[in-house]
Design a protein around this ligand. Structure first.
Ligand code: ADP
Length: 447
């Protein structure tokens, strides 16, 4: 087991990882920018190292500084959290070259899945169902038209280097295709420095369902069931559930089995998430994330397994603590992402939190690094906390969620809490009857 883990992140996820380390009796080091000197994870860690000024590029993304912090403190492993360097293959390689363990998969697996075209090819080879579309990058309009005619309109053009919902354009007819192709290419080039794009069938009313998987790096793979993340705004997840209201146990076992086998065949090590769109009873792979997800707590709530403990065990060579048959799904869990944003326009609302009170009681978990008097720096993403509620079934979970939202107090800034208070009372949400476009339509009708 590791002696000392360096946590290369900030906010609620840094605290989340720190808690797991403490439980396992592992010493912790956190790195932070000058804007985060008073952050909770810095206060609670055994050691902290300031690695630079506020902009992420000069601190949380500064590989050189992070490796230096490992050497100074003698950390033998790094947990990257999510975002920042968590899916940076070069970072994983550099740590390996310094004999520091990256708590995550190999640089090669990160590289394959980071390139969406390569990821889709690999998924197909491993027997995972994919969205019909082009085999690789689209070189010109002629090829785009040929592929689109083959799979049928509407189609979506997506950036191979994509992430965060950027660089995607829908074409409903052949007449839209030229503009969609050009805009997707230029957006991708500007955002990712790589303008390779591919085409796939645009699904009209899918749900976003993702499978939590784990590999032990030695040919064993398991799945921890699915999460339904269909409630999205601008392709960003807002509310997540486990299990999905749309799946039954047979469907779960079927797609879970396919994913676990793929992970085993790939020789994958650590946590991963295989994301699908789900429509008319069919799964269509869209991408794989090679890291812990923001929404992992809903899976922890229904399985009772600490996924960060598992990540650390696997990375240290101790293997998985569970076999597939040990993983049971109990009840229902929902997570609400609480952002420091206007609940209607979603514009960021940084500032000082004058009062912060979290709900409590059975089945309630709040993962947050903020506190009363905390000043939210304007440099980073606006997630200030996650409310995770567990109940014996979905109805109990929703009742408990409504109560927890009433108790939650965040004063001094705007947050997305009022949106969740509306959603929890909505009949479609109560029935679990929503797809990936539901929230955008709901918000548009509110105006
Ligand atoms: P990113 O890496 O940018 O998040 P994804 O490929 O994961 O991109 O897609 C993000 C979201 O975009 C999906 O959850 C879904 O809402 C939408 N999307 C992606 N591909 C399609 C498709 N083929 N049809 C319909 N919607 C899609």
């Amino acid at each position: 087991m590791f002696q000392k883990i360096l946590i290369a992140n900030r906010g609620e996820i840094a605290l989340r990882v720190l808690r797991a380390c403490k439980e396992l009796g592992i010493q912790t080091v956190v790195v932070h920018s000058t804007a985060d000197s008073d952050a909770m994870h810095v206060r609670l860690a055994d050691e902290s190292v300031c690695i630079g000024p506020p902009p992420s590029r000069e601190s949380y993304l500064n590989i050189h500084q992070i490796v230096a912090a490992c050497e100074i403190t003698g950390a033998d492993a790094v947990h990257p959290g999510y975002g920042f360097l968590s899916e940076n293959a070069k970072f994983a390689d550099i740590l390996a070259a310094h004999n520091i363990t990256f708590i995550g998969p190999s640089g090669d697996h990160i590289r394959i899945m980071g390139d969406k075209i390569e990821a889709k090819r690999t998924a197909k080879r491993l027997g995972i169902p994919v969205v019909p579309g082009s085999d690789g990058a689209i070189s010109d309009e002629k090829e785009a038209k040929r592929v689109a005619a083959e799979i049928g309109y509407p189609v979506i053009i997506k950036a191979s280097a994509g992430g965060g919902g950027r660089g995607m354009k829908v074409a409903r007819t052949e007449a839209d295709l030229e503009v969609a192709l050009q805009t997707a290419k230029s957006e991708a080039g500007a955002a990712f420095g790589d303008d390779a794009v591919y085409i796939e069938k645009y699904l009209e009313k899918p749900r976003h369902i993702e499978l939590q998987v784990f590999g032990d790096g030695a040919g064993r793979g398991v799945h921890f069931g699915e999460r339904d993340c269909s409630l999205q705004r601008r392709h960003q997840k807002v509310w997540e559930e486990a299990n999905s209201p749309a799946l039954n146990a047979e469907e779960r076992a079927r797609i879970g089995g396919i994913c676990a086998k793929a992970i085993a065949d790939l020789g994958y090590s650590g946590a991963g998430t295989i994301e699908f769109l789900y429509e008319n009873g069919e799964f269509y792979f869209i991408e794989m994330n090679t890291r812990l997800q923001v929404e992992h707590p809903v899976t922890e709530a229904i399985t009772g397994i600490d996924l960060v403990h598992e990540q650390i065990r696997v990375a240290s060579g101790g293997g998985l603590s569970v076999r597939q048959e040990d993983i049971k799904f109990n009840g229902h869990a929902i997570e609400c992402r609480i952002n420091a944003e206007d609940p209607r326009t979603f514009t960021p609302s940084p500032g000082t939190i004058t009062h912060f009170h979290t709900p409590g009681g059975l089945g309630i978990r709040v993962d947050s690094g903020v506190y009363s008097g905390y000043r939210i720096p304007p440099y980073y993403d606006s997630l200030i906390g996650k409310l995770i509620v567990h109940g014996r079934n979905r109805v109990e979970c929703m009742m408990r969620l409504r109560r927890a939202l009433d108790e939650f107090v965040v004063d001094g800034i705007k947050t997305t809490l009022p949106l969740f208070r509306d959603l929890v009372g909505n009949p479609d949400i109560a029935n679990g009857d929503y797809d990936i476009h539901w929230l955008e339509k709901y918000l548009a009708n509110e105006d």
